[in-house]
Design a protein around this ligand. Structure first.
Ligand code: MF3
Ligand code: CO
Ligand code: CO
Length: 301
C-alpha cells in the first residue's frame, strides 16, 4: 500500500501526496488500497535485465541476417535461431507460448505475422520475409523483428518494406516521458497512409519485461479509444507496426490457428523493437551498435 510520503506510484519521484494523491481521491479511488509501485515502471535492476535481454536479441538478429536468402527453408532459419539461443543460455520465448510450436516466427510475403517455420517453405528470389525473434535472458524478454529482401524484390515490395522500417523509426522518435501512448499511432498512421499503405489494427505492440506480453497495448493506428496513458521513464514496451500494401484487414489460418495473412492477399511488412522510456526520450534496447552504424532500417539493399 502506498503512504502519503512514499514516492508516487507513477514514478515521477515526487511524494505521493504532492503528485497523484488528489487525483486518485477525485477519481474515487480508495487511497489505502493503491499499490506502492506502478508495475509498468521497471526498477533499476529490472532495467539492467531488460538491456541485457534486448542486446542479446539484437545480436541474434545480427547473427541470423546473412542466412535469410534464396534456397533456405524457414525451418532452417528456426533451427539456427533455436540453436543460437540455447547455446547462449537463453530461452526462445515463442516455443510453447500459448502452444506456438517454434522458436521464432517467420512470415513470408502476404503473411502478416505468426508464420510457423516449415521445411516445406523455401525462400525464393523476390520474397519479403519477416523474422520475429523473442529471447529470454535471465528472466527478461527481448522482442524484435526485421523484414528482409530475398534477392531482387518488386518496386512495390521494396517501397512497402522501407515505409515499414521508417514507420517504426517515426514511432520510436515520438517516445519520451510525458507524452501519451497515442502519440505513437499519430506518428505512424498518417505517414503510412500518405505512402498509400495501411496499418494493421488487429495486432499491437505490448508491454514487455519478465513476461512476454505485459499490460499496455501499443496501438499503431489512430483510434477514438486511443490510450491517454502517459509515458514515464522506466516503462518498457514494443513498437511493431504491421503495414499492408492493400487493405488493413487480416485473417487467421483456420487449420493451424496461428498464421495471419492479409485478407486481400497483398504483401505485408513489419519491423519491431523493444523500447525503454528514459529521462530524455527513449532507447531501442534491441538495436545493436552494428545496426546503428549500418542503418539497417534505413539503408535496406
Ligand atoms: N513476437 C511476437 C510479438 O512481437 C509474438 C509472437 S507470439 C507467437 O509480439 F506465439 F506467435 F510466437
Ligand atoms: Co512483440
Ligand atoms: Co515480436
Amino acid at each position: 500500500m502506498i503512504g502519503r510520503n512514499d514516492p508516487c506510484w507513477c514514478g515521477s519521484g515526487q511524494k505521493y501526496k504532492k503528485c497523484h494523491h488528489d487525483a486518485d481521491v477525485a477519481a474515487g479511488k480508495s487511497v489505502n488500497s493503491i499499490p506502492a509501485r506502478n508495475p509498468m515502471i521497471k526498477t533499476p535492476a529490472e532495467i539492467v535485465g531488460m538491456r541485457k535481454a534486448g542486446a542479446f536479441n539484437g545480436e541474434l538478429m545480427d547473427y541470423i541476417r546473412p542466412f535469410v536468402k534464396a534456397g533456405v527453408s524457414t525451418e532452417e532459419i528456426n533451427t539456427l535461431v533455436h540453436e543460437y539461443i540455447v547455446s547462449h543460455d537463453a530461452k526462445p520465448a515463442t516455443l510453447g507460448y500459448q502452444g506456438f510450436p517454434k522458436s521464432c516466427c517467420v512470415s513470408v510475403n502476404n503473411i502478416v505475422c505468426h508464420g510457423i517455420p516449415s521445411p516445406r517453405e523455401i525462400l525464393k528470389n523476390g520474397d519479403i520475409v519477416n523474422v520475429d525473434l523473442t529471447s529470454i535472458v535471465d528472466g527478461f524478454h527481448g522482442d524484435s523483428s526485421e523484414t528482409f529482401f530475398v534477392g531482387n524484390v518488386s518496386d512495390d515490395a521494396s517501397r512497402l518494406v522501407r515505409v515499414s522500417g521508417e514507420a517504426l523509426l517515426r514511432g520510436i522518435a515520438a517516445v519520451k516521458p510525458g507524452v501519451t501512448l497515442a502519440s505513437i499511432a499519430s506518428a505512424i498512421e498518417p505517414f503510412v497512409k500518405s505512402r498509400g499503405f495501411s496499418v494493421v489494427k488487429q495486432y499491437t505492440g505490448h508491454g514487455i519485461g519478465r513476461n512476454f506480453h505485459e499490460f499496455m497495448t501499443v496501438l499503431h493506428h489512430i483510434d477514438r479509444e486511443g490510450s491517454n496513458l502517459v509515458l514515464l521513464p522506466g516503462m518498457t514496451f514494443t513498437i511493431e507496426p504491421m503495414i499492408n500494401l492493400g487493405d488493413y484487414r487480416v485473417v487467421t489460418d483456420r487449420k493451424d490457428g496461428w498464421t495471419v495473412r492479409t485478407k486481400d492477399g497483398s504483401l505485408s511488412a513489419q519491423f519491431e523493437h523493444t523500447i525503454l522510456v528514459t529521462e530524455n526520450g527513449c532507447e531501442a534496447l534491441t538495436l545493436t551498435p552494428s545496426q546503428k552504424t549500418a542503418g539497417v532500417l534505413l539503408k535496406l539493399p
